[in-house]
Design a protein around this ligand. Structure first.
Ligand code: AGP
Length: 618
């Protein structure tokens, strides 16, 4: 996600825009830029890197009065298409430089529009999807910016929040949103737009939240609203009583809670444009669009998949193992990167090698990737950061469109990593005919339901908060499960230990009797993750074994399962899906439990002791 701002009023726009972008840096920070309408000229200044580099770039010019102007737009970027660079930074302009656009979102049909515009003589400068918007508006511009925007919107597919200005129309800013947030701030003699409230609070607390496909036209004295056809509509203002810090977190107390709640959208964005199913078309491997990693029949011949990662990303790799072996019947070896790099691993050029890393900067993970690459492996990276070291050094990259993950504890990056792994597993299964068309259709249909199902679990978070208020002082918390549930147990235990400092461990439930059950006593809380139906009886016995030793037992299982009602002291329910897809759902109660436990213990879940968001040292 990126941050966009816009200002039209009586003050110099540059300081207002820069201050607004500062407030939105948590939304993206790999490059930044502004466009200001000075004395009848539209001036664009932009720079790769953090906002401070842009500030340094414009400071002298502004002080010399060369960037005077009381209207403009600005952008702080979280790169999606086109890695961070000066030229890929926003704002983007049309060829003549008279129209400038800032954009938050993803234009899915940008490639088609780019070639159509090129056929009409447009020369592109950047590698971004956004640039097509500036040229499209210019193509439709005939003296009325609003009309040119409404015409252009008809041809855009995907998500967008846009701020648009035009040199010929210095009295107005046009703003529009579809699936990416955009707020209008109504001041006195000045009006603003922003991706989020924090950028507005210094000027006004009276805001209008744009709904999908609504357009706002801001002048110094007024704000008008239109629907996508350019028909005027009425909107009611809201009054914001948040403080700036709460507003950065979208009203949530911590970034971690905000990011847990961003998972449905992150999952939707990660899935978007990668599944092409519709009733008319038959379902086959082409129903999954993984062009970004060039999956073709040759991949189907692989006789092993190797995965290397650390921490949460390694847990995703374990789930990848279960998925690849179930759907594609390819032996899969997930390994901790810091182990892999030193164990003198065996290489086979036919291997599919997957590196998973949210930050794309983890030292051990990069070392494992470089070792594999040196031995001829073709690297597929799954990462959340465009332009990261991993993204630049890997041969192929599949991005999780989760947006910046600020909290140290990884949540939305984890579930979107899983989404990527499932898509790869399904496509390999279809290519190798280990997944029938019916099975693939069922799997894709289930995958498309996951974001809404994640939303439903979040809607019941009070139940988990209550449970945490009863259990947060437990000194020992053991997560257990089998198969996919075991891998989720590992991730659940890590979440709890890293932000609440509770001694929490995960066990393959079948391992209990091989030692760990000696640890179980009345001070123990056991959380059993039970979504693998063919093993419910085994799990029920394991839970009973722990209760016989005085443990309290909570169970995470399907909403329509009563199997554990008599055994469990507490039940947390998730919507029904395929047993093999449950990790994207069953982990959410555990994320929430860890979060509430940390807060109840008076800790800061966003900044746990001794930990960093990206472990760039060994
Ligand atoms: C997860 O909550 C932790 N912050 C940590 O284990 C993390 O997953 C690990 O350091 C790997 O980070 P990466 O995904 O950025 O490589």
């Amino acid at each position: 996600m990126c941050g966009i701002v816009g200002y039209i009023g009586r003050e110099d726009a540059v300081p207002v825009l820069l201050k607004g972008l500062k407030k939105l840096e948590y939304r993206g920070y790999d490059s930044a830029g502004i466009a200001v309408l000075g004395a009848r000229r539209l001036l664009v200044r932009k720079s790769k890197g953090a906002l401070k580099y842009l500030e340094e770039k414009v400071d002298a010019e502004f002080s010399a009065g060369e960037l005077a102007g009381t209207m403009g737009i600005g952008h702080t970027r979280w790169a999606t298409h086109g890695e961070p660079s000066d030229i890929n930074s926003h704002p983007h302009t049309d060829v003549s430089g008279k129209i400038a656009v800032v954009h938050n979102g993803i234009i899915e049909n940008h490639a088609k529009l780019r070639s159509w515009l090129k056929d009409h003589g447009v020369a592109f400068r950047s590698a971004t999807d956004t640039e097509v918007i500036a040229h499209l508006i210019d193509f439709h511009y005939n003296g009325n910016l609003l009309q040119a925007v409404t015409e252009s919107l008809k041809r855009l597919e995907g998500s967008y929040a846009l701020g648009i200005i035009c040199e010929n129309e210095p009295e107005r800013i046009v703003a529009v949103r579809k699936e990416s947030p955009l707020v209008v701030g109504a001041g006195k003699g000045e009006n603003l737009i922003a991706s989020d409230v924090p950028a507005l609070l210094e000027y006004t607390r009276d805001v209008y939240y744009l709904a999908d496909r609504e357009i706002a036209v801001l002048s110094r004295e007024s704000v008008e609203f239109y629907n996508e056809d350019g028909v005027c509509i009425e909107k009611k203002a809201s009054h914001v009583d948040w403080d700036a810090s709460a507003a950065e977190k979208g009203g949530y107390e911590h970034f971690m809670l905000k990011e847990i709640h961003e998972q449905p959208k992150a999952l939707t964005d990660t899935l978007r444009a990668r599944i092409k199913t519709n009733a008319s078309k038959s379902i086959d491997s082409k129903s999954i669009n993984l062009e970004e990693i060039g999956f073709d029949a040759s991949w189907a011949e692989a006789n092993r998949i190797v995965i290397a990662a650390c921490g949460t990303a390694w847990h995703a790799g374990i789930i990848g193992k279960y998925a690849f072996e179930r759907f594609a019947r390819i032996p899969t070896e997930p390994d901790i990167a810091s182990e892999y790099r030193y164990r003198n691993p065996i290489f086979d050029p036919r291997d599919i090698f997957i590196i998973i890393s949210q930050s794309g900067e983890t030292a051990d993970t990069l070392a494992a990737m470089r070792l594999a690459k040196k031995n001829g492996a073709r690297i597929i990276a799954i990462t959340n950061v465009v332009g990261s070291t991993l993204a630049r050094e890997a041969d192929l990259v599949m991005y999780t469109w989760a947006g910046p993950e600020i909290a140290v504890a990884s949540t939305k990056a984890f579930t979107t990593q899983l989404m990527c792994l499932y898509l790869i597993a399904f496509q390999l299964g279809a290519l190798r005919n280990t997944l029938s068309k019916e099975e693939l259709a069922r799997a894709l249909a289930a995958l498309e339901l996951i974001p809404a199902q994640a939303e439903a679990i979040l809607g019941a978070k009070e139940n988990i908060q209550r449970f945490a208020s009863q259990q947060f002082n437990k000194s020992k918390v053991f997560y257990m499960g089998r198969l996919f549930d075991y891998a989720v147990s590992l991730e659940s235990a890590l979440k709890l230990k890293e932000i609440s400092y509770t001694h929490s461990e995960a066990f393959a439930a079948g391992e209990l009797k091989h030692g760990p059950i000696a640890l179980v006593d009345p001070s123990t809380l056991v959380v059993a993750i039970c979504t693998q139906q063919e093993l419910f009886d085994k799990m029920d016995s394991n839970i009973k074994e722990t209760k016989a030793r005085g443990a309290a037992a909570a169970v995470i299982t399907y909403e329509d399962v009563s199997y554990f009602d008599d055994t469990a002291d507490e039940l947390f329910r998730i919507p029904r899906t395929l047993d093999s897809l449950t990790p994207m759902l069953s982990v959410i109660p555990a994320q929430l439990y860890a979060y509430y436990t940390s807060v109840l213990k008076g800790l800061d879940p966003d900044k746990p002791r001794n930990l960093a968001k990206s472990v760039t040292v060994e």
